[in-house]
Design a protein around this ligand. Structure first.
Ligand code: DX5
Ligand code: ZN
Length: 229
């Protein structure tokens, strides 16, 4: 079980320090939310900013591209230090081609599904990907409320992965089942139970005045798996 703090909720005036502090606090990946003001109604971080932070952490950079068209940016983010690149199927006309491009630039390959994206879009590409990013909020902003229908969708994607002869996890050949949006110590337990292997957390790590990042990350990681009451 891994936690990927989302730097979207970090102090943008001190991104390097924020990356370093959560790295030292036991984060597993760093999650970057790249938004273009077009595919989603917000504008965030470009490749140059991410490249500037690369020296501050040796964790995998997990880059969530919410940009359309996306293809031209794939090599740029790879060069800027991305380890994992995730795209939305709605962000370009040829999902499979974009996924091949991510593979060609040497990154792990991810597909992100919005709360209303049909799961079937995964079926033809399950053999070509290293992670699925299940959105449990609509992409664009941190601090939104968890959409509970996401729990059943996570479980259904886990079943699809197994049906396709793959397994959920981070070992070679496995698929990471990542969940993004509204993660907190309560929803984390529900998501572990549903089959998630990685949780992205912005507000739950960087929010509030409590700077004990190690405790907040551990609380999410060790949230006891439980089903919705
Ligand atoms: C939303 C982003 C998320 C966001 C999550 O578009 O994809 O990664 O940072 O923020 P929280 O954890 O606050 O819901
Ligand atoms: Zn994200």
């Amino acid at each position: 079980m891994k936690i990927a703090p989302s730097l979207l909720s970090a102090d943008f005036a001190n991104l390097g320090a924020s990356a370093r502090v959560v790295t030292q606090a036991g984060a597993d990946w760093l999650h970057w939310d790249v938004m273009d003001g077009h595919f989603v109604p917000n504008l965030t971080i470009g490749a140059d900013v991410m490249a500037a932070v690369r020296p501050y952490s040796d964790l995998p950079f997990d880059v969530h591209l919410m940009i359309s068209p996306v293809d031209a940016f794939i090599p740029l983010f790879a060069k800027a230090g991305a380890d994992r690149l995730t795209i939305h199927p709605e962000a370009g006309p040829h999902l499979h081609r974009s996924l091949q491009l991510i593979r060609a630039v040497g990154c792990k390959v991810g597909v992100a599904l919005n709360p209303a994206t049909p799961l079937e879009v995964l079926q033809p590409v399950l053999g070509d990907i290293d992670q699925v990013l299940m959105m449990t909020v609509n992409p664009g902003f941190g601090g939104q409320q968890f959409i509970p229908q996401g729990l059943a969708r996570v479980a259904a994607v886990k079943a699809m992965i197994i049906q396709a002869g793959r397994q959920v996890g981070g070992d070679e050949g496995q698929i990471e089942l990542v969940v993004d949006g509204g993660v907190n110590p309560v929803t984390a337990g529900q998501l572990w139970a549903a089959g998630a292997s990685v949780l992205v957390a912005g507000t739950a790590v960087f929010g509030g005045t409590d700077g004990d990042y190690a405790a907040k990350i551990q609380r999410l990681k060790q949230a006891p798996p439980h089903t919705q009451d």
